[in-house]
Design a binder for this molecule. Structure first.
Ligand SMILES: [Fe+2]
Length: 377
């Protein structure tokens, strides 16, 4: 009996050792109809791969070399729309790289099997859950995430300020942005709009590495799931001092004009223009805020960007940033579409089906606290 227990303990320790090099993740970004990018962090730097159900291994490489870091990011292509991709992550720890011509690798590790479904524009419906302005409140974030039913949700959208301003460091960023999602992150596509806090401090490029997106830029892009095309913008900084100076020499103004130039083309060409329904996701809501002493950026975006979005046929805007719930009727501020601003304490679930967006907001307790059905024009 004692011998059996010892063998069991040794086996268990061996199994844990196999998986112990995964520190956080996996999570999946940059999902489209034919591509996914799988990410995770490892305890130690090392070689990394994603294994698919057919046994093929896809390594993390850069310019013809396998790379040995702690944040692993592997893009996989060639899938079909709506394909269920079974995958697991693995790697080999780098033990010694003192000799550049002969790095020494140690043990292999691998995680469990997960599944992720690619987007599919032929689907009739689209459902997603939005988190924003969590500001490192892990407990609320975990409570809100635990309520999400992955079988009824197509993707998770992080609408900015999930973390607060700071000098970002990989493990901190992942601990507060990704880990509270638990198992959702491995099985649902994760999309991201940068909040003003994710643009502050040093090392801001790391944020783009955690949520890789390439088409055309890390923080502004389009994607489509089912009948709904989404455009994502990055409003940059919103604080009072910055906002007052916003029309001066701010680089953010150039950055916004770059986005407007891009949107003037992207929103009027296929595939975006062909979608029957269109949603704008943005951390800074483009509202004509009644408090004229501040919120200059919101009003600037309202003036400069909303007419373009009207012309592009946007049906709904989902914003964040203000830490209050707001619903702006179409026509109330130059907008042909409703603008919904989620506050900082709730998850916003949105489902599009049969010409109607059903928007619901839930508290960490699970209580339904806001409900609005928006008919598409
Ligand atoms: Fe915020």
């Amino acid at each position: 009996m004692r011998k059996t227990l010892v063998i069991f303990a040794v086996l268990l320790a061996g199994l844990q050792a196999l998986a112990q090099d995964i520190k956080a993740g996996p999570w999946v970004c940059n999902v489209r109809e034919n591509t996914v990018t799988v990410l995770w962090t490892s305890e130690e730097p090392g070689m990394a791969w994603v294994e698919l159900e057919d046994g093929s291994r896809h390594y993390e490489t850069f310019a013809g070399r396998r790379v040995f870091g702690r944040l692993h990011s592997i893009r996989l292509d060639g899938f079909n729309p709506g394909q269920l991709v079974r995958y697991r992550v693995g790697g080999q720890v780098l033990v010694n790289d003192a000799k550049p011509r002969k790095p020494v690798f140690g043990k292999d590790y691998s995680g469990g099997w997960n599944s992720i479904r690619t987007f599919d524009s032929s689907r009739a419906e689209c459902s997603f859950s939005v988190f924003n302005d969590i500001h490192m409140r892990r407990k609320d974030y975990m409570a809100l995430a635990a309520q999400v039913n992955p079988s009824e949700t197509d993707f998770i959208f992080l609408n900015g300020d999930i973390v607060s301003a700071g000098n970002y460091e990989l493990d901190t960023l992942v601990r507060y942005s990704i880990e509270p999602l638990g198992g959702l992150a491995a099985g649902l596509p994760l999309l991201f709009a940068r909040g003003n806090h994710e643009g502050r401090g040093n090392n801001v490029k790391l944020v783009a590495d955690v949520y890789p997106n390439t088409d055309p830029a890390p923080f502004y892009y389009t994607f489509r799931e089912g009948p709904v095309a989404f455009v994502v913008f990055d409003g940059g900084e919103t604080g009072t001092s910055r906002s007052v100076l916003f029309s001066g020499s701010e680089v953010y103004e150039d950055y916004l004009r770059e986005q407007i130039l891009w949107a003037r083309k992207a929103l009027f060409e296929a595939p975006f223009s062909e979608a029957p329904v269109k949603v704008c996701m943005v951390h800074v809501p483009m509202i004509d805020h009644p408090q004229k002493g501040d919120y200059h950026l919101q009003r600037w975006m309202n003036r400069e960007m909303v007419p373009l979005l009207n012309e592009a046929g946007i049906d709904l805007m989902i914003g964040a940033d203000l830490h209050v719930l707001m619903y702006c009727e179409p026509g109330s501020m130059g907008n042909d579409f409703p603008i919904i601003v989620n506050d900082d304490a709730r998850r916003l679930d949105c489902r599009y089906s049969g010409g109607t967006f059903s928007v619901r907001m839930y508290a960490p307790s699970g209580r339904l606290e806001f409900s609005k059905d928006v008919k598409v024009r």
